[in-house]
Write a protein that binds this ligand. Structure first.
Ligand code: ADP
Ligand code: MG
Length: 471
């Protein structure tokens, strides 16, 4: 059920008018809400979580419905679903690029009220919103993340104080740092429901600190993160770069907790030593426990992640499609999941089953092939040039190791850059069976990243081809 243009413009009008009348927080909330469809009488909205849904339902829905109804002259029914992976929020989240230094008197924009009181906890206990799906059980372990996983489990489990304190989890965007943090919190709360678990992003910590200065509530702020805290999880610590006063405050918080033998877990998109504009004493604190990194997962792990995700979301995804997604999106699990969810959404919208054909046509949207127009022949030529073979060698049945390897590399690069199907590639490589191509691609894929020599070959050829595609 798609929205037509006229309905869409009514929707935009209604949003605009309600937004104008609302106070500052409209954008905060609607950055977690997505329009699924609007057909004039039925408005379907998606919220990132139940909290957002309930809040928007209560505070904004009546005004929105009223605006729509008066515009259209008919009743409008609203239907909600919840999905943590929304893609096109109604509004952009308000930017807070540079947090003003605490001395500035202008109040910071009120942070999205993400903090919910846990009814079962002692009074005043607050717990940042946790994604219920980010559990250890839903985390796929592979060589890229096993140390971080084991260390996170350790931080969650130890009764007599943490083994490593702090645990510092470093890794690129979308590789599961936040997932592990939430998993620790879930696990600790499962075992000790009254534990005072504090999960904050470094950004929120900063904003709360500024707030505390402005409203003279520093004592409460400190108590919250020092005495009333059994476990502190600070996400994306790189945000503290250059924020000296917050760094100072965090330093003391850190020391207080560590002296009390309370576990601290920190994530970052860089290793401690690479953090910019971070004082040496903090960096040395960060490295004093365990630094566990998360790398880009290998193909097998990515496939397992797609399957796990499909399982969690109750989606029917054939193995071939899981492999295809995992091959197409290599460096970011969040994007990988995004592609899966988009596929599922499209499939439920159009009634098409999720099969390889469908996935291929959709994937070309998600991960367009390189802008350089390269053909199978170009790649074969570059590979031959690099390995000093003729194209007849490459397409022959010659199974000598060096020729076979060059052929596998060429197949891999074709698959990467052109996203051709396996049967197509089989034909382009001397009428080979598609399974031969498949195992060649997998072999090179798995060598890449492990074997420096293979990497060097690939890089040299990619450079020659103009290394924009694939990676
Ligand atoms: P980061 O905080 O490192 O940027 P996230 O923790 O937000 O990344 O992870 C992005 C998405 O990828 C999340 O939906 C998370 O569940 C998923 N994800 C990442 N790694 C894994 C994994 N090993 N197993 C299952 N899901 C994963
Ligand atoms: Mg994160």
């Amino acid at each position: 059920m798609l929205s037509n243009l006229q309905d869409l413009s009514s929707w935009h009008e209604a949003v605009r008018s309600v937004r104008e009348r609302a106070h500052g927080t409209f954008d905060q909330w609607f950055s977690s809400v997505e329009l699924s469809s609007f057909t004039g009488s039925e408005l379907r909205l998606v919220a990132r979580d139940e909290f957002t849904r309930d809040w928007v339902k209560q505070h904004y829905q009546p005004a929105l419905v009223e605006a729509l109804e008066s515009r259209l002259g008919q009743g409008v029914e609203v239907k909600w679903t919840v999905d943590p992976f929304i893609h096109e929020p109604v509004t952009e989240p308000p930017r807070r690029e540079s947090v003003p230094p605490p001395a500035v008197s202008e109040p910071p924009p009120s942070p999205r009220p993400r903090v919910v009181a846990r009814p079962s906890g002692p009074p005043g206990v607050q717990l940042g919103e946790l994604n219920p799906k980010y559990t250890f059980a839903n985390f796929v372990v592979g060589s890229s993340n096993e140390l971080a996983y084991a260390a996170a489990l350790g931080s969650a489990g130890s009764e007599d104080g943490p083994r490593y304190n702090p645990l510092f989890i470093a890794g690129g965007t979308g590789l599961g740092k936040t997932h592990l943090m939430h998993a620790i919190a879930h696990e600790v709360l499962r075992v000790q429901p009254n534990a005072l678990v504090r999960y904050v992003s470094a950004e929120r910590f900063t904003n709360e600190f500024i707030d505390a200065i402005q409203h003279r509530t520093m004592e409460e702020f400190r108590a919250r993160y020092r005495q009333q805290c059994d476990l502190l999880l600070v996400d994306d610590i790189q945000f503290l770069a250059g924020r000296e006063q917050t760094q100072e405050e965090f330093f003391h918080t850190f020391n207080a907790l560590r002296d009390a033998n309370k576990p601290i877990v920190v994530t970052s998109d860089k290793y401690p030593q690479q953090l910019q504009r971070m004082p040496e004493r903090l960096v040395s604190r960060f490295t004093s426990g365990l630094v566990a990194d998360i790398q880009v997962p290998r193909l097998e792990t990515r496939v397992a992640i797609v399957k796990k995700k499909a399982d969690v979301e109750g989606l029917e995804v054939p193995d071939g499609v899981a492999v295809m997604l995992a091959q197409a999106i290599q460096n970011n699990v969040r994007e990988l999941e995004g592609a899966l969810i988009r596929l599922a959404a499209k499939s439920s919208l159009t009634g098409r089953t999720i099969d390889e054909e469908f996935a291929r046509s959709e994937l070309s949207v998600v991960a367009p092939p390189s802008s350089e127009v390269v053909s199978v022949e170009d790649i074969q030529r570059a590979v031959c040039g690099h390995f000093r073979l003729t194209s007849a060698d490459l397409l022959s049945k010659d199974r000598h190791k060096s020729v076979a390897f060059a052929r596998q590399v060429a197949m891999y690069l074709c698959r990467q850059r052109l996203r051709s199907s396996f049967p197509e590639l089989g034909r382009a490589f001397g009428n080979r069976d598609h399974t031969t191509v498949m195992s060649a691609v997998r072999r090179v894929e798995s060598l890449r990243g492990r074997d420096p020599e293979v990497n060097a070959h690939l890089e040299a050829i990619e450079k020659q081809l103009g290394a924009t595609g694939g990676h």
